[in-house]
Design a protein around this ligand. Structure first.
Ligand code: KIV
Length: 280
């Protein structure tokens, strides 16, 4: 990090000791908001943790932004484990949560515990995230009973994109009651936190006020306990990527990287790189 862009210079310091689940529980109690970003590799994890975000999520959005698959459902547990281990190595004091991918926890409590144990043992992540509300509550209970901390994910759940008929806001109108029931169910099952994705802001606010666990919003308005974004969406990477309505861009990483590659290519072609100072 250069002197001009230290986390301190933009107003925040990276946590000076390991962030633990208990620290985030306390923030719920005191009303202090906190931030989560996705990360998928060692160097990016280092950069984002240096920015002071309390939590890094190894999301199965890696299927799209890392592996270039069409669908989230295509990523395997093995692929997730490898990238999660890299993130843990770069995460500094940030808490690392890893998604269990589609098809690795839905069938039975036993399948969920085996998949989550493998993820935690091989990657060193501190918590797993699984998608679903009422229907997945028994899996959450089984994981918690096995000593595995859980982040739930309700509202729009990308692994169910086909069943949900596309990328749609969830919990609107009459569906708000089902959304609230999902949040209550995961909290009662023992989840430590819950992601609310693409949910009307007032429904997310109601859920946040009602449950004792941290709510983490993505397209869920300003009143959740925390926020999460896919880092590519908040840093405009790649330059021509789709930007969801709920994301703001704080950097132009895609455009900067493309410009850097073009300058490098030009200087190699012109013979101005390498220069004397790059030679032995
Ligand atoms: O996979 C992911 O990146 C996620 C976030 C969108 C919350 O689940």
């Amino acid at each position: 990090m250069s002197d001009s862009t230290t986390a301190a210079s933009v107003g925040y310091l990276a946590p000076t000791r390991q962030v633990r689940i208990g620290d985030l529980r306390k923030k719920k109690a005191t009303g202090e908001k906190w931030a989560m970003l996705t990360a998928y590799d060692y160097s990016t994890a280092r950069a984002l943790a240096d920015g002071g975000v309390e939590c890094l999520l190894v999301g199965d959005s890696a299927a799209n932004v890392v592996f270039g698959y069409n669908q989230t459902q295509q990523i395997s547990l093995d692929e997730m484990v490898y990238i999660a281990a890299a993130v843990v190595r770069g995460a500094g004091n940030a808490l690392v949560i890893a998604d269990l991918p589609f098809g690795t926890y839905e069938a039975s409590d036993e399948q969920a515990v085996l998949s989550a144990s493998e993820m935690m043992r091989r990657s060193g992540a501190a918590m797993v995230k699984i998608e679903g509300g009422v229907r997945i509550a028994p899996r959450i209970r089984a994981l918690v009973n096995a000593g595995i901390p859980v982040c739930a994910h309700v509202g729009f759940t990308p692994q169910s994109v086909n069943a949900l008929s596309g990328f749609k806001v969830q919990g609107r109108g009459d569906a708000a009651e089902q959304l609230l029931a999902d949040v209550r169910a995961v909290a009662e099952a023992g989840a430590d936190m819950v992601v609310l994705e693409m949910v009307p802001a007032e429904v997310a606010a109601k859920a946040t006020a009602e449950v004792g666990i941290s709510t983490i919003g993505i397209g869920a308005g300003p009143d959740t306990d925390a926020q999460v974004l896919v880092w590519h969406d908040m840093a405009a990477f790649p330059a021509d990527g789709h930007r969801p309505k709920f994301a703001r861009q704080w950097a132009q990483v895609g455009a900067d990287l493309t410009a850097a590659a073009a300058s490098y290519k030009r200087e190699v072609a012109e013979g101005t790189f390498p220069a004397t100072e790059h030679c032995f």
